[in-house]
Structures are given as structure tokens and as C-alpha cells.
Design a protein around this ligand. Sequence first.
Ligand code: SAM
Length: 220
Amino acid sequence: MTDAQPSADRRLAAQALAANDPTGWFEPLYAEAAACGAVVPWDRAEPNPLLVDWLTSASIPQGARGLVIGCGYGTDAEFVAARGIRTTAFDISPTAIRGARARFPQSPVTYKVADLLHPPEAWLGAFDLVIESITVQSLPPEIRRAAVTSIQNLLARDATLLVIADIATAPALGPPWPLTADDIGAFTAPDLTPVRIQCLPRPDAPGRHRWRAEFHRPAS
Ligand SMILES: C[S@@+](CC[C@H](N)C(=O)[O-])C[C@H]1O[C@@H](n2cnc3c(N)ncnc32)[C@H](O)[C@@H]1O
């Protein structure tokens, strides 16, 4: 009998965190997935139902400039683009971005390799809609403030930020590190106002809940 092996994401995350490189496990995970079928646990064939439900009833104008953070293989970004939003989507993992382009070869989405913690200067203040789904919680609490500030800086005037995250009920030995109510509140800034913060059941995971929080930056 052999001991159970940790999953690829757990093994690679433990190695990267031990090396004080908190984002250093995403690319190796996607590379292992591409090379030998390691499981990317957050990958889904369908867009996030909490995003679908929200965007279907949100009044985001056609042609708005959208940005999807930590897009992985692009399922959510494709849904956003299909709603008439001019969509850019990025991930720190080049293999994930290659995977997104391969999965959606006719895509209208502009896929980019970029680091949320050091976004391209041209993106600052450039987006009318920013979608953050469970990427902040994949980063350790020590760098969460930097990640949140970086997200705030991407929004144009009169822009919307949507945050989806797991809910922390107790300190987690992450990854992931789900967000408390205070962590969700920390997306608020003098020029970024909470519109609606909800704790919603997950249609894709019965019995579990997630935050869905909408923020708005005023036009002036
Ligand atoms: C937990 S997954 C979430 C994927 C997707 N947003 C979703 O909702 O399923 C986190 C994603 O963010 C990417 N990521 C992690 N840190 C990042 C960073 N600093 N900049 C850009 N992408 C990052 C990872 O490669 C991974 O694809």
C-alpha cells in the first residue's frame, strides 16, 4: 500500500509558498495539466453561474471595456464577450493563456499574460467592467491588500467591479484563503462604493455559498 499523493495543485502550491513565491505554482500547474493531464481544480466547461446570473440582468452597455482577472482557460471571459463587452482577459500563466486561445480559436477576447500585482500601465483606469472571480483568494493574505489596490486601479470612471469569492468562516490554511466580510468590504475606497454585497448559494455546488459583491466608481 502507498500513501495517498497530494493533488498537483496542493503539491505545487506547497513548494511555491515554501519558496516564498506565492504566485509561483500557477504556471507549473497549468504546464503539468498540458503535459500529463494534472487537474486544474477551478476549470469549468460552463461560465460561473453567479457571473451569468449577474451579467444577464446588469445594465452594462454594449461596447463597454471589460477585464477578466485570472482568466485561466477563458470560460468566463468568453461569456462576458458574448454579452457585447469588448473583453480583455489575463492570467499570470502563459500556458493557461495558450490553453484559452486553443480552446476558443475564434474568440473575440484579447487574451494576455500579465500579473495582477504589476499590471501594464495602459490598463490603469482603462476598464468599465472588471471581473474578479476567486483569484484574490488564491493569493496569501499578506499580498491581498496589494492585489485589491491593483484591482481598484484598473477601473475607469463610471465603472463596475464584480467580486466573486468563497466565504471565510474561520482562518484557512490556504490556498485558497476565502474572504471574510471585512475582506470584501476592503474593496471599498473613497471613489469605489459598494452597490450590493450578497452571500449566495452556489448553483454549481449545492450546500455551499459565495460572496458576490458589486462596486461602482462614480462618473466624477
Ligand atoms: C483560483 S483560479 C480562478 C480562475 C477563474 N478566475 C475562476 O473564477 O475560475 C486563479 C487564477 O488566477 C491566476 N493568477 C493567480 N495569480 C495571478 C496574478 N498575480 N496575476 C494574474 N493571474 C493570476 C491563476 O493562474 C489562475 O488561473
